[in-house]
Design a protein around this ligand. Structure first.
Ligand SMILES: Cc1cc2nc3c(=O)[nH]c(=O)nc-3n(C[C@H](O)[C@H](O)[C@H](O)COP(=O)(O)O)c2cc1C
Length: 169
């Protein structure tokens, strides 16, 4: 992919909550997972685990919240989990896992797959339902699927001037 169009994909990405029933091709899905596997992490600890939810029953379990009902319509959802095992992964595990998930979001985007982050879940329930170890952190859920919508209204993004500080705050 040419550099410019790759940047455009990042700049114009939107959350997708309506998906076609068509499955995501296995090769495309494999590249999405590979983008997660190869993400940077503090001291290369790679403390992440990814639970792929393909089954209707698994997706249904994640769709119970007010803002998560569309998970059941996605091709698959991934639960990003940080399992720390030393001081470094305890300090950076959530950041590392977030980076891995966002790598997957961007790998999906450039391949024409829509995504949405979903934070509307109860960690204790997700841990119980999916057998996640007690010492782990459920970082977030991301849905994936072929888009069946084009979000129309522009995203309300704050101007750079409100967030960029030059040399000091
Ligand atoms: C950590 C996180 C949690 C989110 N949780 C939800 C959610 O539970 N349900 C939902 O519909 N969207 C969720 N979103 C999507 C945001 O609403 C969306 O990214 C934001 O409104 C900006 O829109 P855009 O992604 O189209 O640019 C979440 C996004 C992030 C980063």
């Amino acid at each position: 992919m040419r550099l410019l169009s790759c940047i455009d994909k990042i700049l114009y990405r939107r959350s997708i909550r309506r998906y076609k029933k068509t499955p995501v091709p296995e090769g495309v899905k494999a590249k999405i997972l590979e983008a997660g596997r190869l993400a940077p992490s503090a001291a290369n600890r790679q403390p992440w685990h990814f639970i792929i939810c393909d089954d209707a029953a698994s997706k249904e379990k994640l769709s119970k919240g007010r803002w998560s009902g569309f998970i059941k319509d996605s091709a698959f959802a991934i639960i990003g989990v940080s399992l720390p095992f030393d001081d470094t992964s305890r300090k950076f595990g959530v950041i590392d896992t977030t980076i891995a998930l966002q790598n997957m979001v961007l790998a999906a985007e450039v391949q024409g797959v829509g995504t949405c982050w979903v934070g509307d879940y109860r960690e204790d329930e997700v841990k119980k339902e999916f057998g996640i170890p007690a010492e782990a952190t459920v970082v977030c859920i991301v849905t994936f699927g072929l888009p069946d919508e084009k979000p129309g209204s522009p995203r309300k993004s704050k101007p750079l001037a409100q967030m960029v500080h030059v040399e000091k705050w």
